[in-house]
Every structure is written in C-alpha cells, then in structure tokens.
Ligand binder design. Sequence first.
Ligand code: C5P
Length: 414
Amino acid sequence: MLKGKQILLIVGGGIAAYKALDLVRRLRERGAGVLGVMTPAARQFITPLSLASLTGGKVHEELFSLTDEAEMGHIELSRAADLVVVAPATADLIAKAANGLANDLASTLLLATDKKVLMAPAMNLRMWLHPATCRNVETLTQDGVLFVGPGEGEMACGEFGPGRLSEPLDIVAAIETALRKDTRIPLPQGSLFGKRVVVTSGPTHEPIDPVRYIANRSSGRQGHAIARAASAAGAQVVLVSGPVAIVDPPGVDTRHVETAREMLAEVEAAMPADIFIAAAAVADWRTEAAGASKMKKGAAGAPDLRLVENPDILAAIGRRTAERPRIVVGFAAETDDLLANARAKLARKACDLIVANDVGEGTGVMGGLRNQVHLVDAVGTESWPSLDKEEVARRIVARLAALIGEQSSGGPRS
Ligand code: C5P
C-alpha cells in the first residue's frame, strides 16, 4: 500500500519531534520514500542530520535557499509527494496553515501544495483546547485537511489530557487511509469536529422583586462538564448558562442569562446547531409580574405570588420544524417514577435522548459531584453506574458522536 509512495514530511518544533524519526523509519520499512522538511523550531529538538540519515535524502529547511531553489523550487517540492504529512503539527503551524500564512518553508509548502494534507497535532493540552486552536482545526477540517490524534495521556509538561502526538504506527495507518483513493480518514473515536453543539446549564433565577428570586439547587456542574467534553471532542460549543458559581469552560462560547425567557432567547440565537443538550434546571414557573420595588412586610400579610408557566426551551427546540438540530437531548431530574416520567418526556418534548437521574433526597446529585443516570431513547433504557459528572459528560459526548457519525454515514438511525 505504501510501496513507491512519496511522503513529504514536515516536522514541527516540539518535544514530540523525536517520534517523527521513528515515523520515517516505519514508512521506509514499508517501501515509501520520505522528503524531509524541518521548521527552525524543530532543530531545537532533533538535528537535520538525524532526519536526513533516516530519509536517505536532503532535508529542506529554508524558504530562500539558493541551492535548494536551483535544485527543486518550493512549489515543486510541495507537489512532488503523494501526501503531505505534518508531524508533530504544532499550534503555531496549525495557526499558520489555517490562516494561509506563508512566511517560512513549512507554511509556504502547506499553502502551495495541491496534495492532501494530514496533520498529527502535538502540544500542551491547554494550547490544544484553546478556542484559537479549536477554531483553526475546524477551519482546516473544513478545508479538507485530515487529522490523526492527538492522543490522551501524560504529557512532557507533566499535565494529563489530549495533546500527545499519535503513535507512529497510528500515523502510518492514517497515512494509508489518506492515500486510499476517495477515502477520508475516519474522525477519531468520539470526535465532534466541525459540529456545532448548544448546551444549557445551571438553574434559572426568576425575579420576584429586585432583590428576591425563585431558584433551585442546580450547580451547573453536569451541563458545564458536557460543554467542556464536547469542546474537547472538537465541537464548536455554545453554553447558555444560568447563574452558577463555577467558571466558564475554556474554549466554550459561554453566554450568561438569568431567567428562562432569556435562556430561550440565547438558545434560539445560537441556532442552527447539530446537537442541542438541555441540561439546565429551568424554573417551570415565574411570577406573573415581578415587582419593580422591594416588597415590604406589612399589615396586608404575605404577598399573593401569582405564578405563570415559563416557556419550555427543550420542547421548543425539539419540536422545531425548520432547522431542528439533528440530535436533541433532554434531562429528566425526578424524585418519583423516574423511568416512566423520562419516557413520557421523550415523546412530549420531541427529544432523541433523555438522560434521567434521580434527584431525590439523599442522592446528593443536585449540586453534587457524582451522578447516576439512565439513558432513555426510542429503543430502550441503558443504566450507568454512579460516576463522576465529568465521566458522565465524556460518555454522553462519545455516545452523541457515535450517533451523529451513524447518521452521516447513513447508519441505522438515519
Ligand atoms: O419537564 P422537566 O422540567 O422535568 O424537563 C426537564 C428537561 O427539560 C431538561 O432537559 C430541562 O433542561 C428542560 N426544560 C427546558 N425548559 C423548561 C423546563 C425544562 O428546557 N422550561
């Protein structure tokens, strides 16, 4: 499969650059030729000589090299190969490529090539999760650039998370897939790259007067964790959050609201989306008319608070006829008849999936760190053990990514 193929390998500057040497060895073992290009930063990690010894040819480093240009101009170099591979693809190289910069040899080759490009990112996890990098990866994905990884694990900087360069053999497998005619590299498992996800989270506050409001015990932890997990899976995420005491997830476009009506307006404004997840504990009722000034105690006794129903955000989105998200997910926090109520909610609010949890006294779910959920869809019910809310979020996101993948590939639910 790789025999006789030419790979133009651009090595970016990062601690993972040493793995590029192993990648060259694996490619050559399989009969591929490798043209090596290094960025100036890559020289801080590996030497041009070590790369040249493994590729068995010249390593190109400079844009304006008189000898190189005389032998093979950069335009020619960018097109001489069957595939361009960037490994490690640093945040800087990704940013340059996404913005069409061409101020050094590597970025010029990426702009000038007419071949498919496969990037294997490697960077610190905060750099990977930064909104700028997410935006750049999304732009490149839309441009047809293929990605492999990054993997998760402990990183050279001591942090743990996504950002590790994929293993050389995984990159080889991705190269083989990219070279196969008319095929695209399947997105990494659990990926939501290029997808837009809107999540609601937290409680809503419904004013009674300027100082008092109706609220509930929702902390926003589960909704925020879902937004974070969706963003880590590559989605472009809008989080519409009620008043919470936790921080905005990095890389997520977070919009703060107070009331159910404000939440509905922000959700509507964030549409269209591929996935909508209503994790907020929206107040079912608000006062009919919030007082403009503080209510006073007096001889008249307790005020007669008249309540009216709030709009149901989930049902409004689930029942949309135009631009309904492909997947609509609701939550059912119940204290009684959990599964029966969840099933009824699935139909009533036109959802594709309900995440049901028991919030009865003693469960510690509302405001707590753990959650025990049941997933209810048209097919049946699946119960998960009690898990950290972050883990529940990751699993929900993985499931949604699989579901949306099935839909796009004309799978069973499309
Ligand atoms: O009917 P119930 O409040 O139990 O439904 C819970 C689900 O509906 C949650 O997903 C919640 O976010 C959503 N919901 C909503 N707007 C409301 C009430 C609930 O989006 N006004």
